[in-house]
Each structure stands twice: as C-alpha cells, then as structure tokens.
Design a protein around this ligand. Structure first.
Ligand code: FAD
Length: 544
C-alpha cells in the first residue's frame, strides 16, 4: 500500500471527489487505483471562507513500485507504515512465576493490565475506587447532591480520571512504534466509535468511555486477569537484598490483606496524594515537578464556532470548534488553555472533602451549550514551592480549600465574570453566559483563592486571546476555580529499565508518576511499562 498525505479538498466536497483528487495528484491512468482507505482526516481552518479537509490516504495501486519511484523526492508519497502491534514477549505455556500487580485502573493501568493479560501473565489489578457503573452514581452524587465519596469520584474508580471527560485521544508524544494505534484499536474493539482511528483529533465523550472500560475489563478477566475494586494500596513493603538493592516485595491493602508482589506497576494518577506520601516515607525516590494552576473559562460554543469557522460555523463535518491558546506574560509566566472541551460542561473534580477543583467533560456529540477550557499558569518547584518534595501537593490542597470557602463551603465553585475579573471586583450577577458547573457557581472574587501572579498573568492574557478568538474576552464570560489538577505535582522517577530509580520491581507509570499527560499518553506509557515488566518476568523465569 502507498500512503499519500496532505491531500487538501474543499470542506463540502462530494465523496467521489476524493478518488478524482488522488488520480490527479499521482497522475494515475484509469483502473490503476484499486482501493482507497482514509488513514486520517483533519482540517485547515486558517481561511474561514475556504476551509479545507486534509487527508492522509492508504492506496492500493496496480503498480506501486513505479509510483513510489516516480515520487521518490515527494515526502507526501511513501510506503504505508506497518502500524500493527507486535508483542515483545509472551508468558511461557508453563509459566509459574509471580503474577504482576497493577495499581490503578485508569488508562495507564488498564492498558498495562490488558497487554500483560494478552501476553498470558494474568495480572492482578488493584483499584481503590468502585467498578465504573457504581462509581458513576457516586460521581453524580457530588454533582447533583453535593455529597462527595472520597474513594469513588471523578478521580478514583474504574477507568481513572478520564472516564468523566471529553475523551480527547490525541497526544504529541513520540510514538515510533505506533503504540497509540494499538490503544485506539483496543478502544474500538471495546466499543469506541471507529472514527477515532481516522480523525486527526479524535474524542470519545464520557458516555461511551463507561461502556468501553467495562468491556476491556471483561477481556482482561477472560484472559485470567483479576480485578480488586474498593481496595486501596496503603503501604509498600520494601526489602534490601544482600546485593544492597532495594526491592518491592509486597503491598499492604486497605482490606487488611498483605499481597506479596515482586513486579508492581504503579499507575495511581495525579490525585493519589496519600499514596505519594506513603511512597516517599517508605523510601521510594520521589521528586517535585512543575505543573500548572488557574481557572476554567466558559463561553457559549456558538461564539467559538463563529470565531473559528466564520460562515462555516455549525457545519456537521467540522463539529464543535476547539481552540488552543498560549501567551508568554511580562511577569515571565506562560498562560495557556488546557483540556479544552467543546460543547461540554465544567465538572466538580475534587477527590478530597472540603476542597473544590474544576475540570471539563463532554459527550461524543459535543452538543451542550457551552465550550469550556482550563486557563492555567505554569508553576515550578524552584520558583513557587521550594524545599519539600510534597510541597506541590500542599499548595494544591491550600488553593482547593480556599476555593471551597470562596464558593460557600458547600461544593459550589467560586466564579466571577470576566469583566469583573479584569477590574478586580467581585461579581454579583450573571450576564449572557450561564455556567454549567454542578452543584452550582457562587459569584465572588477569584483573587480569594489564587496567588496574585496567577491572577495578573491571566488578566494580561485574556485581551490577547480576545484578539485571536473574537468574543473570548467578552465581559460576561464566566471563570470558575480552581484548576489545580493539571498534572502530577511529583515525579516518581524511573530508570531506563522502567524500574523506580531506587526500588527494583516497582514500575512507576502514567500521569501520577509524571510520565504522561492525558488519556492516550497514559495508555501508551502503560504498554511500555508492561512490556518492560514482562521481559523481566520472562528473563527471570528463564534463569530460574
Ligand atoms: P488515572 O486515570 O488518574 O488513574 C489512576 C487510578 O489509580 C485511579 O482510578 C485511582 O482510583 C487509582 N488509585 C490511586 N491510588 C491508588 C491506591 N493507593 N490504590 C489503588 N488504586 C489507586 N485527558 C485526555 O487525554 N483527554 C480528555 O478529554 C481529558 N479530560 C479529562 C477530564 C477530567 C474531568 C479529568 C479529571 C481528567 C481528564 N483528562 C483528559 C486527563 C486524563 O484523565 C488523565 O491524564 C489520565 O486519566 C491519566 O491516566 P492514569 O491511568 O495515569 O491515571
């Protein structure tokens, strides 16, 4: 097959135009093009009146060698890469070695568990939260009734932090082995829409994520894997061998059980603050790392669609418009949009009592009235929370507590209209933008719960963004806070062999360990770590 990339066609082209465009682009004779499949489709909306669809296509041609030779100097005509997944090893049929344990059933733990199960290792997956159906009820309990379950919520439970999300599935990670393709293929097998395999910016939406996660659990269990829900890892048993190397030898579970374990994937996500503390105290190498804090901003989706697509706003092929903005401020900080959710809602995303955190989600249709996005400012340990390794966690907690108080101490989010935010005065009534956050927004002054440099930076960035996306800085736009869980405040550092820097057998992975940011990158990291662990298990079995 030949891969032809960067083929541009008008937005509303007829389906037969695609074939004609390929024939013209490659100068093919009649009958030479035997099959055409779309590998990827994106759009170029820089000129709103002439939006183009940009295709990457896989073509079967009568004489591919000649065409490849003719276009040898053209970077957009290449042989189609082999993106199929190849297992790096398999458990021997008589494998009787230790069972790998995966802590956390988020995207990282899920893919790690799946790959291990597919290799024949029968992993045990330990998850502090509940199975996804029950967890959904608990999560809605906070949104509808202001009742938080600290062990079953937006952050904790089967599917991990991304389950109640927009389900965006793209990432800028380097992926020469096409592991992202393996993740998407498994998601489709589990019920995700097939277009995630071809869309340039795929997303699933929260509803499908729930059923998909259940289907993947069934697959893992059929292969001999085992789930333990409502089971938190409370402590890590480490021992130092005669070789002087610290190793993991087991896990103390919240059920009171001790689970012996020599190979453990630590995929606990960025909100497992108690687990970070326990790891650090046990002597596992943990470092503070940069993250970002700020607010969530909400606009009517129609404003964003018009700003982005002009007369083509509302076109079904384009769907609800997204944006990605960034501004380097005069105080040296960078303000950027984070986890933008077109046609979605702002959600209460705390996992701890007496704290308020915002985030965003949407359904596959992205048909809700508002667009929302994090608007965050970078912070670093050296500059903003020096000294203690866990000082970033303490900072997050402090800001989330201030937000809880500013919101009225009942899980409503503190909010402010953009015009008032710029003028530094509290808001008293909403304008044309109605916020979506449940259980509600309490109007106040967001300066009560964010550091001055964050407020200053966002104030500087908003008019700049307003020039790029007309309407972005309309005075009635609503800001809610606080956005603190943008990524992990720590890195649980690992070596080139994927083991913790100082603890053999412990494989830190995914977002919580500081090796991923988002569903797809966390899932890809889960595969990489599972492969390293499996190779070690097979090596150990062979030398035993
Ligand atoms: P997590 O998904 O956080 O999973 C960690 C799991 O470990 C949790 O289930 C937790 O309960 C469990 N756990 C923690 N501690 C323990 C313990 N001690 N014992 C046992 N189990 C434990 N990303 C995107 O790419 N696209 C999006 O659209 C998107 N939207 C988001 C919307 C929301 C509301 C949120 C909260 C996040 C969103 N994200 C999105 C981010 C994405 O969810 C994360 O990047 C991703 O889930 C990280 O995966 P992970 O497996 O590393 O960790």
């Amino acid at each position: 097959m030949i891969r032809l990339s960067d083929l541009a066609l008008p937005l509303d082209h007829a389906s037969e135009d695609l074939e004609a465009a390929v024939i013209a682009r490659l100068g093919l004779a009649a009958g030479e093009l035997q099959r055409l499949a779309i590998a990827r489709r994106g759009n170029d909306a820089r000129r709103k009146n002439a939006i183009k669809l940009i295709y990457t296509l896989d073509l079967q041609l009568a004489d591919e060698a000649t065409v490849l030779e003719r276009f040898a100097d053209d970077p957009h005509v290449r042989r189609t890469p082999d993106t199929s997944y190849k297992f790096v090893t398999r458990a021997p049929a008589d494998y009787a070695g230790p069972r790998p344990v995966v802590i956390g059933a988020g995207p990282c733990g899920l893919l790690a568990g799946l790959i291990l199960a597919q290799m024949g290792f029968k992993p045990i997956i330990v998850e502090r939260g509940k199975a996804v159906r029950e967890r959904t009820k608990d999560t809605w309990g906070l949104w509808r009734k202001s009742v938080l379950d600290p062990e079953s919520n937006v952050q904790y439970g089967e599917g991990g932090a991304g389950t109640f999300s927009d389900g965006k599935l793209y990432s800028r990670i380097k992926d020469s082995r096409h592991l992202g393709r393996k993740v998407l293929t498994e998601f489709v097998k589990a019920g995700a829409p097939e277009d995630i395999l071809t869309e340039a910016h795929p997303h699933i939406g929260t509803f499908r994520l729930v059923t998909m996660v259940m289907s993947m659990r069934e697959t893992i269990e059929k292969l001999g894997g085992e789930y333990r829900f409502s089971t938190r890892v409370d402590d890590f048993e480490l021992e130092t061998g005669e070789d002087g190397v610290q190793k993991i030898c087991g896990l103390h579970l919240s059920t009171g059980e001790f689970l012996p374990a020599s190979h453990v994937i630590l995929a606990v996500g960025h909100s497992a603050r108690d687990t970070f503390e326990v790891l650090y105290k046990a002597g596992v190498h943990v470092e503070a790392k940069p993250f970002a804090i700020g607010v969530r901003i909400e606009h009517p989706q129609g404003w964003i669609d018009t700003a982005r697509y002009g007369p083509n706003a509302g076109n079904k092929i384009l769907g609800a418009a997204a944006y990605a903005l960034s501004h380097k401020c005069s105080n040296g900080r960078t303000v950027y949009s984070f986890c933008m959710c077109p046609g979605g809602r702002v959600v209460a995303a705390t996992s701890e009592e007496g704290r308020v955190v915002t985030n965003g989600m949407s359904q596959y249709s992205r048909a809700e009235f508002n667009a929302n996005s994090g608007l965050v400012v970078d912070i670093s340990p050296e500059r903003d929370f020096p000294g203690d390794v866990l000082a970033g966690v303490a900072l997050q907690r402090r800001l989330e507590e201030l937000a809880f108080k500013a919101g009225g101490s009942n899980y409503k989010a503190p909010g402010q209209k953009l015009g008032d935010f710029l003028e530094g005065k509290p808001s008293s009534e909403f304008g044309v933008v109605t916020p979506s956050y449940q259980p509600g927004v309490h109007l106040t002054d967001l300066a009560e719960c964010l550091p001055d440099f964050v407020i200053e930076a966002i104030r500087e960035a908003l008019p700049v963004f307003g020039r790029q996306v007309p309407g972005y800085d309309h005075p009635d736009v609503v800001l809610t806070g606080v956005e603190t869980r943008t990524s992990s405040p720590v890195r649980i550092t690992r070596g080139r062999d994927f083991n913790s820097l100082n603890t053999r057998g412990l494989y830190p992975a995914g977002e919580g360990a500081g090796y991923a940011g988002g569903i797809l990158s966390a899932a890809v990291d889960g595969i990489r770590v599972a492969e390293a662990l499996a190779l070690d298990l097979v090596g150990a079995a062979e030398t035993a």
